[in-house]
Design a protein around this ligand. Sequence first.
Ligand SMILES: Nc1ncnc2c1ncn2[C@@H]1O[C@H](COP(=O)(O)OP(=O)(O)OP(=O)(O)O)[C@@H](O)[C@H]1O
Length: 392
Amino acid sequence: MMSNPAPPHIVCQKLSKTFKDFWMRDRVKAVDAVDLEVRPGEVFGLLGPNGSGKSTTIKMILGLLHPSSGRVQVLGRSPRDTEAKEQLGYLPEESYLYRFLSARETLEYYGKLFGIDRRTRLNRIDMLLEMVGLDKVQRRPIGEYSKGMQRRIGLAQALINDPKLLVLDEPTTGMDPIGTRQIKDLILRLKESGKTVLLCSHLLGDVEDVTDRCAIMFGGRVRKAGTIDELLARQDETQIVTHALSSEEEEQAVTALESRGLTDVSIRRGRQKLETLFLDMVTQAQAEGVATAGAGNAGTVATFLTERHADAADAKPGSSATVLDDLVQDEPEEPAKREVVVEEVKPQPDAAVLSNLAEDNPRTEPEKAPEPPRSADPPKKPADRSVLDDLL
Ligand SMILES: Nc1ncnc2c1ncn2[C@@H]1O[C@H](COP(=O)(O)OP(=O)(O)OP(=O)(O)O)[C@@H](O)[C@H]1O
């Protein structure tokens, strides 16, 4: 594989963080000698069960926590350097947005913090609100938003400065499958425009769908890292994919393969993903004009975000269609596919690693950083439903 000549956007070398107790005794080794490299223009996934050290690693990358030892560099600088911070967008795991500000006021506030001039700011705010599907409810206080809507405004806030590097901590938490797909499409579009994305999640499907490379953490350490293909390829199985076969053709195929000495040949019908089935069902229901209360559709991607950065490395344009595009297009139906699977050995090393991680992990609740002071939550109003109706 060709090595990327551009310097990495994130470098962690032997990065460690130990939390101390009141008596300054080591209490938790949250991150333990982590080596990571995130290259320009790639989507890198940081995976791991609860308490594995993902958020602590991210906080050190953002300069919010001091490493106990090791080194971290962001965009070639210390993460505390303001020039690095100016080019960084961050969506935290928990929403720290001001509950009594509306979506528009929130983006105004962050836009001003970055010193973005008024015209550019207003232009960006309009585009971002449309992009995340909140333009119709932009004047309502964020405290009244649903979880998914709060993620959307959080994402818009992370993009207001048109960052080079975007750090997303659990971006799809609280989102339904449509919102999740939209966020994944957005991440792919941002990558196409040359942005670098560090995506932290324990939703394996999300990471598998959008990342180029990923690292799996457990107990503060990176246990496995590589491209999705490297990590997921089964060395013990070959799949031959063809159009749907009749039962007669299936028998002939098996006989032909077995006559060549292949063993454990099996044929099964190709499967679509549950996500595809779900989105198809929604598209059909929408086409039939079925009314429902649910999350809204996101709009087009803000153009200021999709102008390719000059230093974008090897981002490949044009591969991802948005869900919205899918929803309005009549896709030609592909013929059903069947897979001819030739299995040789049974063990599945990579699946085993993941299941071991899940089994062995004692569920440790991370201690949350103190939240900024905020007033009591306003009572949830039934009006939220009408917001959702509006969105659809
Ligand atoms: N401020 C803190 N003080 C003490 N221990 C902490 C602190 N923050 C995190 N930890 C501990 O460090 C370990 C790693 O936590 P971290 O939040 O990085 O995990 P995570 O992988 O992000 O988990 P999750 O998926 O639940 O968000 C946990 O054992 C957690 O309890």
